[in-house]
Write a protein that binds this ligand. Structure first.
Ligand SMILES: Nc1ncnc2c1ncn2[C@@H]1O[C@H](COP(=O)(O)OP(=O)(O)OP(=O)(O)O)[C@@H](O)[C@H]1O
Ligand SMILES: [Mg+2]
Length: 406
């Protein structure tokens, strides 16, 4: 072989020069850092798991359906804990001759009753046609599958607020009715609802809400520095070669991510830092790789969402933030008044009512504001707007700064 200075790989007995360096990697199994890798156990989620077991064990032990509502901020392990729990419960049930099956639907990706039901029916019948069946027919088909298979189906409705906003609580209500009508000999349906928003269930009416009593709520708080450190150490053991990530590096990543309490951010920082180390041909990850990774990977926090806004939407949000300072919520009318004042100040032409309404919905979809219909006690139904995450003061400062800079 005469390719001096170049690496060679052997492909079916022919030596081929390659232009990339084939060196060692800090990663032993990079798939273990991927977003769809489900850990065998969720570190520091023992309490939540045990609580879910307390809520759901009647499914196994008495054949009755049970529901739970999981909520907490971004990256706190809601989706993965729900999945892990269902897998473990399925095993626990099968050891007791009970058949449990579960299906997870992300309601933000599968918007509306129709799309959610289609996903669930296809869980049993992969070829179920996309068109030609009504919501009622799909629901019927799902119930028949569940009965025929004699399984108890746990439906995980992830990011359920998106479903509730688009279609209301009809589907959730149908599932709980199906559970009530069914006799124990046949299969029935339970639900695990998941949301970042503690108030997601406010979109339900009293009838649907009654199946999600307060006691069925499981809270997922943000992780602190130590907890993120433990989650990272666990993952490093699975994904990285021994000795490539020092303890102080784990501490450094945990420190950065603990500001948001977000485990996903921590894992993404680790992955990116490892890639940078590999690119430089380093055998270990260094602090500088983590710092560089931080510039590439962003937490899914509010500041990031703010950056996505154009001027028109920033003005609307500023109006809401200013008006709401000493209140818990404001009405659409109050928003409109404040918006006109803000537009005048920043010399922008105010948009018409329907456009303003559209902006508010978009801010809601981004999770920057929360909207809900006023209940009884307020004359006429109106939309109430509140701020879910950031204090108004911080929002105002940030928005004024970026708007002035134009
Ligand atoms: N306690 C934990 N132990 C191990 N891994 C965890 C833990 N918590 C979260 N993770 C990992 O962090 C990532 C985010 O977790 P998950 O998707 O469950 O968060 P989430 O609360 O559903 O976030 P979001 O609100 O954005 O949907 C996943 O890769 C998950 O495996
Ligand atoms: Mg999730």
């Amino acid at each position: 072989m005469v390719w001096s200075g170049q690496s060679l790989i052997r492909v079916s007995d022919v030596d081929v020069p390659v232009s990339f360096r084939i060196g060692p990697s800090v990663f032993r199994d990079p798939g273990k850092l991927s977003f769809d890798y489900l850990p065998d156990r969720m570190v520091h989620r023992e309490k939540q798991t045990q609580r879910m077991f307390g809520l759901m064990r009647p499914i196994v032990e008495a054949g009755v359906s049970s529901n739970a509502f999981l909520y907490g901020p971004v990256g706190t392990g809601k989706t993965h804990t729900a999945k892990r729990f269902c897998l473990d419960l399925k095993k626990y049930a099968s050891e007791r001759d009970r058949a449990i099956d579960f299906a997870l639907v992300n309601c933000r990706q599968r918007m509306g009753d129709d799309a959610v039901l289609l996903t669930l029916v296809r869980h049993f019948d992969a070829h179920f046609p996309e068109r030609g069946f009504s919501v009622a027919e799909k629901l019927d088909s799902l119930k028949k599958h569940v009965e025929k298979m004699k399984v108890h189906l746990i439906v995980i409705l992830d990011e359920v607020d998106a479903l509730l906003k688009k279609s209301g609580a009809d589907l959730i209500y149908s599932f709980s009715r199906a559970a009530e009508e069914s006799t124990t000999a046949k299969g029935t349906i339970s639900m695990v609802l998941v949301s970042q928003r503690p108030n997601a269930l406010e979109y339900m009416d009293a009838a649907a809400l009654s199946t999600f009593r307060r006691s069925n709520v499981v809270e997922f708080p943000r992780y602190d520095r130590t907890e993120i450190g433990d989650i990272l150490s666990d993952r490093i053991g699975l994904a990285m070669h021994r000795g490539t990530v020092g303890d102080e590096l784990v501490g450094m990543i945990a420190e950065i991510a603990s500001e948001f309490g977000d485990a996903r951010y921590a894992i993404e920082l680790l992955e990116k830092a490892g890639m940078l180390a590999d690119e430089e041909g380093e055998e270990t990850i260094e602090a500088e790789h983590v710092r560089a990774a931080k510039a590439h990977v962003h937490p899914t926090d509010v500041q990031e969402r703010l950056k996505q806004l154009d001027t028109a939407k920033k003005l609307v949000l500023l109006a809401i933030a200013r008006k709401i300072r000493k209140k818990t919520h404001i009405t659409m009318g109050e928003t409109e008044d404040a918006y006109e004042v803000v537009c005048e100040e920043f010399k922008e032409k105010p948009r018409a009512h329907t456009q303003l309404w559209k902006y508010v919905r978009e801010l809601d979809a981004l999770g920057l504001v929360d909207t809900r219909l006023s209940g009884e006690g307020v004359v006429g139904k109106t939309t109430l707007i509140s701020l879910p995450e950031l204090p108004a003061k911080t929002l105002i400062e940030d928005l004024e700064r970026t708007l002035k800079r134009r």
